[in-house]
Design a protein around this ligand. Structure first.
Ligand code: FE
Length: 254
């Protein structure tokens, strides 16, 4: 299917500043959610329903450290199948994601691209003229590489050797943005990404990533085990972290 005939929504979850993407087939009415987040699962399902779509699959680009996926919740509530990178070998996976093996949702074809570096098993997802870059490539940035088998050398190769070989007009939809930016393009990131664009060398990038001096991720010790179970909220969550599992208070979708 031409992506102009694809139903598409970009949804934002404010606790972790995560973008969730809804891709639907306008003919079969089947839909997929990329990187759905626990506190927003009801909002996301409502959007799917309002568009007259049926959720058949969720896809996680990687094992997240900053939020809990709603994949299991949506499987239970909507009957969707859980797609996770095969390399993670999670027993709760319904659809193992492999590089170069397309996922088909009605007429929507999604091509998984193994893009390690943020995590070793990270995937970007290409759907026609759009690429969902997860935490490999962000707008004017990239995901951190200091946890979860992160490797700046691998990320440099994933972005410059792989994502940057896509056509320049390919739209870049990131896994997060912390400054209200929604979309970029491969041409724009190649030109002006301050970490990975223009003439940044591998050595520049490795040094830059080694000196970011970022704080320890505050939710990682709960998120990673929860996501290795395809999205289980831990029962022992401290008060100040409960927002990660509580339902979204307000829906920006109305
Ligand atoms: Fe991540």
């Amino acid at each position: 299917m031409n992506t102009s005939a694809m139903v598409f929504r970009q949804l934002f979850e404010p606790v972790s500043s995560t973008y969730t993407y809804l891709l639907g087939c306008s003919e079969t009415r089947e839909a997929v959610l990329i990187d759905p987040v626990m506190p927003a699962w009801q909002r996301d399902l409502q959007v799917v329903n309002e568009l007259g779509l049926r959720l058949v699959m969720t896809i996680d680009t990687h094992i997240h450290a900053d939020h809990i996926t709603s994949a299991s919740m949506l499987r239970r509530e909507a009957g969707s199948r859980v797609a996770i990178p095969a390399l993670d070998a999670l027993p709760c996976t319904d659809v193992p994601i492999h590089d170069g093996v397309p996922l088909q949702v009605g007429g929507v074809r999604i091509d998984p691209m193994h893009t390690p570096g943020h995590t070793d098993n990270h995937f970007a997802l290409l759907a026609g003229d759009r690429v969902f870059t997860g935490d490999a490539l962000l707008i004017d940035g990239c995901g951190r590489t200091d946890f979860q088998s992160g490797d700046p050398r691998a990320l440099y190769e994933s972005v410059r050797g792989r994502l940057f070989t896509l056509p320049g007009e390919t739209l870049v939809y990131p896994g997060h943005d912390y400054q209200g930016r929604w979309v970029s393009s491969i041409a724009q990131e190649k030109q002006r990404n301050p970490r990975l664009g223009a003439d940044r060398t591998l050595e520049d990038f490795v040094e830059l990533m080694a000196n970011l001096d970022l704080p320890y991720p505050k939710f990682i010790d709960y998120a990673v085990p929860g996501n290795r179970l395809c999205g289980q909220c831990p029962p022992d969550l401290p008060e100040h972290l409960r927002q990660y599992c509580q339902e979204m208070a307000e829906s920006p979708q109305g």
